[in-house]
Ligand binder design. Structure first.
Ligand code: ZN
Ligand code: ZN
Ligand code: ZN
Length: 380
């Protein structure tokens, strides 16, 4: 059932130029741009326009900040991208792989260059940098009144988040490797370990407050690590994420580090794991968000724990951890390729334990791809 993992950018990621200063045949930044272009086509957009920021860096390799002189990277779905920069910034983009650099002078203003460029592209659907200054976003809309305008994260979020989830997966594996060594640690100590491992694998900070909930604390879906000591046989809910390139990850596993859990815990864990599997299996373009919730919830209902599944099945994830679409009962929101959301059914038994299993998935052309790949069993 494991679909082929999308290939990361690989170790050559940072090698942009050969030692002689000659450009490699295709840089990581150009590869990313080409991949972005095929995604633009898939979502029915004709072009992408980015102001400086993390996405701009991700595609050009040039570090820059927005300023009161408009700088724009314009990536059409077909053909080569164009960098539009003020003449006095031209030197700052000379290391970019983009060959078509057009400059504008203060006398003429940016639209002297952008009007003809947009004129030749005449986009009917255009995606703009999520964090483009409003003054620029409004100016683009004014210049292209007939274009449907969307957000760049629609295409860039699925591409850019691969690495966060690799960092979160690596940290989760490290945590599980503790095994019996985790017994005797407090939740807070384990939280510290989790966060240290996330950083060690390239993450920046946490995407939300790390959840480490042992034994009965697991029955509170948002419990954060306190001074409870993890005991043998205790189920521990681990829900954490970090950011790489600004995009957050979010993953949950419920593990028993050592000792034997109760028979009921095993039954509940089996049901939640199966519910998560069925939820992910229901993801495909054109399906409704409600159908995904239903697929997961039915398994838990059949196991007799309907009342104990107290939250929606999932939430969208973009630059923020909780975004559209909500994977919630009755939602008719239609799933589209490129959407990223969590599938995270859970069962919470007050004063006893909780079980939640969560992965992020991206909707593909013909189904779904999981972004997390660590063991989902209570002991791997
Ligand atoms: Zn939450
Ligand atoms: Zn989570
Ligand atoms: Zn979540």
């Amino acid at each position: 059932m494991t679909k082929v993992c999308r290939v990361g950018l690989g170790p050559a990621d940072a090698t942009l130029f050969t030692p002689g200063g000659e450009r490699a045949s295709m840089t990581a930044f150009e590869r990313r741009t080409r991949r972005t272009q095929s995604r633009l086509g898939a979502v029915g957009a004709d072009a992408l326009a980015l102001t400086p920021g993390r996405d701009w860096y991700y595609l050009t390799g040039v570090d820059a900040e927005q300023s009161d002189r408009l700088q724009l990277l314009v990536v059409p779905t077909d053909g080569d991208p164009t960098l539009v920069v003020p003449t006095l910034e031209a030197a700052s983009v000379r290391d970019a792989w983009v060959e078509d650099v057009r400059t504008w002078d203060d006398d003429d203003g940016p639209w002297s260059v952008l009007d003809p460029l947009f004129g030749s592209l005449s986009p009917s659907r255009l995606l703009l940098a999520d964090r483009m200054w409003a003054q620029y976003a409004l100016a683009v809309r004014e210049r292209l009144p007939d274009a449907d305008v969307g957000l760049a994260s629609e295409v860039l979020s699925p591409l850019r988040r691969i690495k966060d989830d690799q960092a979160a997966d690596a940290a989760m594996r490290d945590v599980r490797t503790l095994g019996a060594d985790a017994v005797g640690m407090t939740e807070a100590e384990l939280t510290g370990f989790v966060e240290e491992r996330l950083a060690a694998h390239g993450g920046t900070g946490v995407a939300f407050e790390t959840i480490v909930a042992a034994g009965p604390n697991g029955a509170d879906p948002h419990h954060t690590g306190g001074d409870r000591v993890i005991g043998a046989g205790d189920p521990v809910v681990l829900d954490f994420g970090t950011r790489v390139d600004a995009y957050p990850s979010d993953q949950t596993r419920t593990v028993v580090f050592d000792g034997e859990p109760s028979a009921e815990f095993r039954r509940v864990h089996d049901a939640v794991r199966e519910a998560q599997l069925q939820g992910v299996a229901a993801v495909e373009p054109g399906a409704s968000a409600g159908a995904v919730d239903r697929a997961a919830r039915e398994v838990i209902e059949a196991a007799g724990y309907a009342e104990a599944f107290v939250h929606r099945t999932g939430h969208g994830v973009g630059l923020d951890v909780h975004e559209e679409p909500d994977i919630v009962a009755g939602s008719e929101t239609e799933l589209e390729p490129g959407m990223v959301f969590s599938v995270e059914p859970g069962v919470y038994l007050t004063d006893r334990f909780g079980v939640r299993i969560e992965d992020l998935v991206v909707v593909t052309e013909d189904g779904a791809e999981r972004l997390n790949h660590t063991d989902r069993r209570w002991r791997g």
